[in-house]
Write a new protein. Structure first.
Length: 530
């Protein structure tokens, strides 16, 4: 299909008009010709006409007469001048605007009325006149009654706490109704791990009220991963427990709360126990407290206990800020206390935290984007010495979907502890499946670190993917020496019914050593969802 005009200048203009040239039938051709005619009106050719449509072989040619082009519009304002950009107004309350900008002007007025809850308002031009190259018209605006959301009806998952739901969705009393708010509600629901939408929200309008219907389904996000082994101690006296337990309970009280229990033991080498809880919008307030308590034992060297609490406030559904408080007590458990690198100490830190999290809404509970920043100030007491300290923790990740099967996952974690001096039992401990892979769990003690996890993921099915492992980072030990770390490998993650299995093989090395296949690590995690 082609389009032409009698005038050569008009032909030049028609070449700039975008339309669909290939059509399947004559009916489609005539429909497309009418679409082109409407597009010409948007450019100011209000009196354009279709002269004829000629067919030659399989080519249809539409001939247009464009007529005179209207270049500007003079829009007389009767009232509601606050809805118009002042840059367009003249002294006699007339807006002068180019024809190309006229549709966007009318749309912007409609959007302003929509966003203020007046969804059934009408914006139109009347008394339209075309004189020479100008359009003259009066702007007629009908403002409908402001609509507010008076009632929320939950379908499908009616056990969920309505006061909590209002907090999650940022719905206050008499929230103004508009389409943007409905889209925001839908987006927020999809950002919550423990519920999902059955279908988009719907609105029921009555004479005096506006009811919001939300269709929800509870998701199984509770998970368990555990393995326990028994062995006799080397001296034959008593048993050693080896293994791990990772239990996560989400929304079991139907308020969006979280409870986590973590335990891991590697014989007498190291043991860790951690309890975490988060209760959103406690006592129907806008604040969400979180608490954690952990105990860590490093062979016979030291024993540390940590306490953390934070108070979060949601700026937006995906963004929150928090005040944090951390304290740690560590005890040197060596029988010979001459080791100066390990000492008894107590520390306290107060800080702030910023978190932005955008979920990917996929089968694997991935985040599309995560940013977490936590600077804090505090001090450490050792014997009779008080040392001021500063630390900052940063975590950021991004999942880039290249196509329907391939994606690249990038994650960075950085930690920095500033102090006049350091002792080993206060340092960061990194290494293992959840940090830089290819090294033993929490085997690297450092005052400063930064590492990158990079994965190329290839979906083999809706519930599985192969991935590469490329980890590298830099650490600084307590004696101020720098070392680079590298981890290379591959893995396969898949889901079977309510279980998720992750298998990985990684080789790790430092800048002072080569890759050693005898030191390779096999990573196996088995999560059961319930």
């Amino acid at each position: 299909m082609k389009i032409k005009a009698k005038d050569s200048l008009n032909n030049i203009f028609l070449k700039q008009v975008v339309f669909t040239e290939n059509q399947q039938s004559e009916k489609d051709i005539y429909n497309e010709v009418n679409v082109i005619s409407e597009k010409l009106k948007q450019f100011g050719y209000f009196l354009n006409s279709i002269d004829n449509i000629q067919k030659k072989d399989t080519i249809y040619t539409s001939h247009f007469t464009l007529g005179n082009r209207t270049e500007k519009a003079f829009i007389k304002l009767i009232d509601n001048k606050e809805l118009i950009n002042k840059a367009y107004l003249t002294k006699n309350d007339t807006a002068i605007i180019s024809i190309e900008q006229l549709p966007s002007l009318l749309t912007s007025i409609s959007n302003k009325l929509e966003n203020s809850g007046k969804s059934f308002s009408e914006v139109k031009l009347k008394n339209i006149q075309l004189k020479e190259n100008f359009l003259y018209a009066d702007l007629d605006i009908y403002k409908s009654k402001e609509r507010t959301i008076n009632k929320i009806v939950v379908k499908g998952y009616d056990q969920f706490s309505k006061p909590q739901l209002k907090r999650f969705l940022n719905l206050k009393k008499e929230t103004v109704f508009n389409q943007q708010k409905i889209e925001e509600i839908s987006s927020t629901i999809n950002s919550l791990d423990f519920i999902s939408e059955i279908k988009p929200p719907e609105i029921l309008f009555s004479k005096d009220s506006t009811s919001l219907y939300i269709y929800l389904k509870e998701e199984k996000t509770n998970s368990f991963d555990g393995l326990l082994n028994f062995a006799s101690k080397e001296n034959g006296k008593g048993l050693l427990f080896n293994g791990h337990l990772d239990l996560k309970l989400n929304n079991i009280l139907h308020t969006g709360e979280q409870f986590k229990l973590f335990w891991k033991a590697s014989g007498e080498e190291r043991q860790e126990f951690k309890l975490t809880t988060e209760i959103p919008y406690i006592l129907n307030s806008p604040f969400t407290p979180d608490l954690s308590f952990s105990i860590y034992k490093q062979d016979s060297t030291f024993l540390s206990t940590r306490f953390h609490t934070g108070l979060k406030y949601n700026i937006k559904p995906r963004m929150n800020i928090a005040i944090t408080y951390d304290s740690e007590t560590s005890e040197n458990t060596l029988q010979n206390n001459n080791n100066e690198s390990v000492k008894d100490f107590e520390n306290t830190f107060i800080g702030g935290q910023f978190t932005y999290r955008k979920p990917n809404n996929d089968t694997f509970y991935n985040d599309k984007l995560l940013i977490r920043l936590n600077p804090s100030f505090g001090y450490r007491n050792t014997e009779n010495t008080k040392t001021n300290q500063f630390k900052i923790n940063i975590e950021a990740s991004y999942l880039w979907n290249i196509n329907t099967r391939g994606s690249i996952y990038i994650r960075n974690e950085t930690g920095y502890l500033n102090s006049d001096n350091f002792i080993d039992n206060e340092l960061y401990r990194i290494g293992g499946a959840n940090s830089i892979r290819g090294f033993n769990e929490q085997s690297i003690f450092t005052s400063q670190f930064s590492y990158l996890n990079i994965e190329y993921r290839y979906l083999t099915s809706q519930k599985s993917y192969l991935y590469s492992i490329t980890d590298f980072g830099s650490v600084k030990s307590s004696n101020s020496t720098n070392e680079n770390l590298y981890g290379l490998g591959f893995g396969y993650l898949f889901k079977i019914k309510n279980s998720q299995i992750n298998l990985g093989y990684v080789l790790g090395k430092t800048s002072s050593q080569n890759f050693d296949f005898n030191q390779s690590k096999l990573i196996i995690t088995f999560l059961s969802y319930f």
